[in-house]
Design a protein around this ligand. Structure first.
Ligand code: TNX
Length: 504
C-alpha cells in the first residue's frame, strides 16, 4: 500500500498542469470527399478573438468566414490586403491552373487556417469544408463549452464535373421561396451548384410572366391531388436567383414543351388544336383544371402558327429574367409528327435569346444544335448527334422512387425495388460526353416539405460525391463518413430518410 501511495505521489508530481483530456477535433468526414486530404498530427485551437486577413478580392469569403465564426460564438476582425491573421484567405487568379475554377486548398497547422483559391467560388467551397470540420450543432452550443479545435491537415480539392444538380418539380406540387432558399443552403454545404426547377406541367404553371398573365392567374391555382398550388412571382424568382448566386448555385428554369402543357391550355385554350380527343379531361367551357397523375396526353397545337408566337414570347421573357446561362425546354413524353420540327425551332429560339438550351433525352431524336445539352433519364433514345449530357438515368437518380422497396407514396416504374442510396452511389459514369449529374424529384406523390426532404436526403449527398470526387468506388467508406453527418442533417432540421447507413 505504501508503495502504491508513493508511486501515486511521484506520478502526480511529474504532471505539470492539471489533468485534462486532450482536445479532440471532430472526426474528419468531408462530403464530397476531397481529391487530396493529408492528416497531420495535432489540432489547432480556435482563440476567442480571430483575425481574418485577405488578399485579392476575397472580401465576400471573409464575410462568410466571419459569419461561421460568429455562429461558433467567436469574434473576428477582417483585414484587407494583409497576410497577418490566424485565418488567411488568398485569392489569386493565377491559381486556376493548379486548382481549377471551383477548386481550393485548405491548410490547418498550429498557426491557423490558410485558404487559397483562384476565385470566389473556390474560397466559398473551402469554407464549406471548414464548416464540416466544426461541430454540427455550432449554433446551439452552450457558451461555456470546451474550446473549438480543428484538425491539422492539408486539403487540395476541385470538382470532377461542373454540373452537380438537383431538380424539383414545382408544377405537380408547389414549393415556395422559403423551402427553396433553405434547400439552396443545404445544397451549397455539399458543393452542389445547379438547381433545376420544373416550372410547368399539366397540373400547374409556376412562373409569373408579364406577357402571359393568365398562366399564373388561372394555371397557378391548380395542383395535383393533395398538392400545393401557387407560383413564383417575378419578384420571388429574382430574389431566389440572387440568393442562389450568393451561394454559387445556378437556377435552371424549365418550361416543358410541347407536351406536359395542359395547365397552359386551360389558361389559353386557343393553343389547342380543334381536335380535343386526346385531352383528359376534355376541354370543357370553362376548361377544367387537372389534378390527376396521367402523363403524356396533352400538347400544344403544332400546326398552328399562334403556338410558335406563344412559345417565342414565353421563352423570351423567361430568358430575360434568368440570370444563369441555361433554359430547359422539356421535350419529354410526347408523340407528334411535328415534334422534331418543334424541337429544332425551340432550340434555335432559346439560342437567339442568349441562353443555352437543355432538353430531356427525347429531344436528341431531332437535329438539334451542338449547343443543346441532353438530359438522359431512361436511356431509351438513340441520339442523332453526339451532344453534351447531364446524367439523370432513372435507375440511379430518380428520387421520386423509393428509398427502400415498398416505401409509401413513391413511383416504381423505373425500378421496382426503388433507388437506394447504394444505387445512387454505384452509378457508373464512364461516358465521356457527361458534363455532370442531376437528381430529379417528381412531385405527383410528394406533397409536403417533410416528404420532399425525405426523398432528397441523404441520397443527394451521394449525388454530391459522384459529381465532385474523382474516386467514388467504396460505398462502405462513404457510408462511414455519411453516418458522421447524421447530427449535421439533424442540426439543419432536414427530415431525412433514416437510411441504415446513417446508423452504423
Ligand atoms: C416521367 S421522366 C416524367 C414526369 C413524371 C415522372 C414520374 C420525365 C422526363 N417525365 O413527367 O412526373 O415520369 O411519373
Amino acid at each position: 500500500n505504501i508503495l502504491i501511495f508513493g508511486f501515486l505521489i511521484l506520478g502526480c508530481s511529474s504532471i505539470k498542469s492539471p489533468v485534462e483530456t486532450p482536445l479532440k477535433s471532430e472526426t474528419v468526414a468531408i462530403i464530397p470527399k476531397p481529391q487530396v486530404l493529408t492528416h497531420h498530427k495535432g489540432v489547432y485551437q480556435l482563440p476567442h478573438q480571430n483575425t481574418i486577413s485577405f488578399s485579392g478580392s476575397a472580401e465576400i469569403a471573409a464575410q462568410w468566414l466571419s459569419k461561421l465564426l460568429q455562429d461558433a460564438n467567436l469574434q473576428s476582425t477582417i483585414r484587407a490586403n494583409s497576410k497577418k491573421g490566424n485565418f488567411k484567405l488568398i485569392q489569386d487568379p493565377a491559381l486556376i491552373g493548379q486548382l481549377s475554377e471551383e477548386g481550393y486548398s485548405l491548410d490547418i497547422d498550429k498557426q491557423g487556417v490558410t485558404i487559397k483559391a483562384a476565385g470566389e467560388v473556390g474560397l466559398f467551397y473551402a469554407i464549406q469544408s471548414l464548416t464540416q470540420l466544426l461541430p454540427a450543432n455550432l449554433k446551439s452550443m452552450p457558451m461555456d463549452s470546451k474550446p473549438l479545435v480543428l484538425p491539422q491537415l492539408h486539403v487540395e480539392d476541385f470538382p470532377k464535373y461542373s454540373w452537380r444538380g438537383n431538380m424539383i418539380d414545382l408544377a405537380r406540387s408547389f414549393f415556395g421561396v422559403e423551402y427553396l432558399k433553405r434547400h439552396i443552403d443545404r445544397m451549397a454545404l455539399y458543393k452542389m451548384n445547379r438547381l433545376h426547377l420544373h416550372l410547368t406541367d399539366d397540373q400547374g404553371w409556376r412562373i409569373e410572366l408579364n406577357s402571359k398573365p393568365l398562366l399564373t392567374e388561372i394555371a397557378g391555382k391548380s395542383a395535383v391531388k393533395n398538392g400545393k398550388s401557387g407560383f413564383l412571382s417575378i419578384e420571388d424568382y429574382k430574389e431566389l436567383q440572387d440568393y442562389a448566386a450568393d451561394r454559387h448555385v445556378v437556377i435552371i428554369p424549365e418550361i416543358d414543351l410541347p407536351g406536359h402543357i395542359y395547365a397552359a391550355l386551360v389558361a389559353y385554350p386557343e393553343l389547342n388544336c380543334d381536335d380535343l380527343s386526346n385531352l383528359n379531361p376534355k376541354m370543357a367551357t370553362p376548361p377544367e383544371l387537372f389534378d390527376g397523375y396521367k402523363v403524356g396526353w396533352s400538347k400544344l397545337c403544332l400546326t398552328d402558327p399562334e403556338t410558335y408566337s406563344f412559345v417565342a414570347e414565353v421563352l423570351r421573357e423567361v430568358s430575360a429574367m434568368t440570370v444563369g446561362p441555361w433554359l430547359h425546354i422539356g421535350g419529354d413524353e410526347i408523340n407528334d409528327d411535328l415534334y422534331e420540327t418543334f424541337v429544332v425551332k425551340a432550340d434555335s429560339m432559346v439560342r437567339s435569346f442568349g441562353k443555352i438550351p437543355i432538353g430531356w433525352e427525347e429531344v436528341s431524336k431531332a437535329d438539334v444544335s451542338q449547343d443543346l445539352i441532353v438530359q438522359r433519364w431512361n436511356g431509351k433514345t438513340t441520339p442523332l448527334k453526339k451532344s453534351k449530357v447531364i446524367e439523370s438515368i432513372c435507375t440511379s437518380f430518380y428520387f421520386d422512387h423509393a428509398n427502400v422497396t415498398g416505401q409509401e407514396k413513391t413511383n416504381n416504374w423505373c425500378q421496382k425495388s426503388g433507388v437506394s442510396l447504394e444505387d445512387v452511389y454505384n452509378f457508373n459514369d464512364k461516358a465521356d460526353e457527361i458534363i455532370g449529374v442531376e437528381a430529379p424529384v417528381w412531385t405527383e406523390l410528394v406533397v409536403s416539405d417533410a416528404m420532399l426532404d425525405n426523398r432528397l436526403w441523404p441520397r443527394l449527398m451521394a449525388v454530391a460525391e459522384i459529381g465532385w470526387s474523382l474516386s467514388h468506388d467504396d460505398f462502405k467508406e462513404f457510408s462511414k463518413r455519411l453516418s458522421l453527418h447524421k447530427s449535421r442533417l439533424e442540426a439543419l432540421e432536414i427530415d431525412f430518410y433514416p437510411a441504415p447507413e446513417l446508423n452504423p
